[in-house]
Design a protein around this ligand. Sequence first.
Ligand code: 5AD
Ligand code: SF4
Ligand code: FES
Length: 361
Amino acid sequence: MKEDIKSILAKEEWSRQDLVALLKTEGAERKLLIDKAAEVKDHYVGNKVYYRGLIEFSNLCAKNCLYCGIRTGNKNTGRYELTGEEVLEAARYAWENRFGSVVIQAGERSGKEYVRRVEQLLRQIKQMSNGELGITLSLGEQSEDTYRRWFEAGAHRYLLRIEVSNPALYHKYHPDNQLHDYQARLNALFLLRKVGYQVGSGVMIGLPFQTTEDLADDLLFFRAHDIDMVGMGPYIEHKDTPMYRYKEQLMPKMERFWLSLKMVAVLRILMKDINIAATTAMQAIDPNGREKSLQAGANIIMPNLTPVRYRDDYLLYEDKPCTDEDAEKCKRCLEVRIKMAGSEIGYGEWGDSKHFSKRKK
Ligand code: 5AD
Ligand code: SF4
Ligand code: FES
């Protein structure tokens, strides 16, 4: 007999099967789940949304993930790297507007010169902001030494999505070579923790071949690895990628959206005090996607600060929103939207993961 959702929601501990049942909820049951997540969020992390100003530093990438629009194999996109000045200007905007922190994101690259450049930028941002601006990095897999240098230069959080926690599936979405090795990626998460970062990870939702059981396992993966922050969102096909050929097999976009929302809600209840992002990919499907995510348990938003003329080149997936809106426009837009969603913006605060602070104690 199917156990009713109310009694699952009332349990202290969930089995994998419980997670699957929660991820399959629809209608009134789904609403019960989302309401419970909102309650847990309110109690454990409060009503504030923290900003991470997103600086898409470069779309150059050495990797060739089969789903991603900026993979090295996609020759249809112009490549760029922001100048140091452009990065600093975006960071200054974040600081002056009391965003609390920035995220520096780029495709995955290595090399001495690159590592040094990032290190220098970090020191400059810290100096410019009197150490006030928090810095999160999202620059892929790097060596322990690189992670340490960037940490010492001022970064204190790092996002590295595992993308999909099931190694067999990981293999399906990535080329079969050393550069795309599941174990290496997993190991990078350990290195980040070892160096001292607050560690973020995440997955894509609604990928071809992915089952609800896989998604339940993704949630258990975050818990098993004691992740401090999670950013996850729907997979959205991109026509210049190999995975576009599975387009017909995907669930409808709205279904991917709802599934992602349920993932956020279940994760909030499962890991009560972590930071969870309302991701841009949610907004790519539903214009109010991020606000809905906030109401389902998310507490982080990443307003885009990349200079507008580069934004069309950082298209990881189709229909990426805010490509024509500059920082000021997004800021005003978000203020209204967040207020409407019943949340408050944590201006001037780092908004660190409470989960991380607690572990440190
Ligand atoms: N759909 C959704 N998310 C994607 N990403 C890359 N390609 C896609 C896509 N087609 C995500 C990956 C990566 C992050 C920067 O963007 O999860 O970690
Ligand atoms: Fe590069 Fe990241 Fe895209 Fe993979 S997902 S191709 S590592 S930018
Ligand atoms: Fe960019 Fe609304 S947040 S236009």
